[in-house]
Design a protein around this ligand. Sequence first.
Ligand SMILES: [Zn+2]
Length: 347
Amino acid sequence: MAERLLIRALKGGQNTKIITLNGKKLTKMPSTLEKLPGLRTLNLQNNQIPKVCPELSTLTQLTALNLGNNLLEEVPEEMKYLTSLKKLHLFGNRIDRFASGACDGLQNLILLNLNNNRLTWLPEEISRLRSLKYMSINHNQLASLPAELCLLENLSELQLNYNKLVCIPEEIKLLKKLHKLLLVRNNIETFPPGLCDLTKLRILDVAGNNIQVFPPKFQNLKLREFYCEDNPLLLMTPIVTIQQEDIWSLQEIASRFVMNQLTEENSFVTQAIELYPQIRSIISRGKKCTICGKFFLTVWLECVQFAPPSKNCKISRNLQLIPLQVFVCSYRCFTQRGDNLFGIVEA
Ligand SMILES: [Zn+2]
């Protein structure tokens, strides 16, 4: 039947650039496709196709392929021959894996839609889709993301709503062109500080996660829309704390000294540190005190600061203040804090 329908669709002659066989109950792809090497658009949406045909690999001029709402179980290997492909729709299948090599030839792919499938992981090879701008993998079972995803430097829109993500990679900061990031209904608890380096990010939706507090430089983001309803955000409830100053370890005292001398550009310390990679690695974990601005190694106290969202940003209803994570170096600094800073006490 597939062949008959294709022939009918070909009334326009073999120079036809577009074939649409939407909702025709096809159970296989028409293999006569190989007679159409100039085909640009192939729409086989809403059929019952479990597998692509090998002849698909001859369609090297194809720029748009829609196999949405079929019965595919993998992103097929044949995709690697579709070197002109710009838009690939595979939503609403049963896909739980990428065939090996599937990403190899898709250097021109701009849009990938894998919504409503069964993916639990993404392959590292996803980084080969280097022209990709729009990626949508909503309603899958993703539990983690490979760091290689963050090598897609042209990515502008990333939709990962309704998955099982608990975190996002620190490398997210490499997605310099990211404009829209949607992470609704996952299990995310914390964001990597690198998120705050995304200077192009304008839309962030993290509704329905397990977020209590946002990273320290969150206010650096220039968001136009920010949604975070249904998260256990920390609320502004003051707690009186009386805590004695801890006795610092020798490592803490030495690290604080070295780090603060380095910021003052002490030339002796700057030169000496070059010879001690181990010390450089230790102090790379240093943090800056929100109150006095000095560096320290071991967090004396994690606090939360409540900041108003920026004025021109559309936000969740009910969101008046955003809880931001901040660090304080000592009890002395903690006692000098403003009204807006609270210690976090483990419940
Ligand atoms: Zn301090």
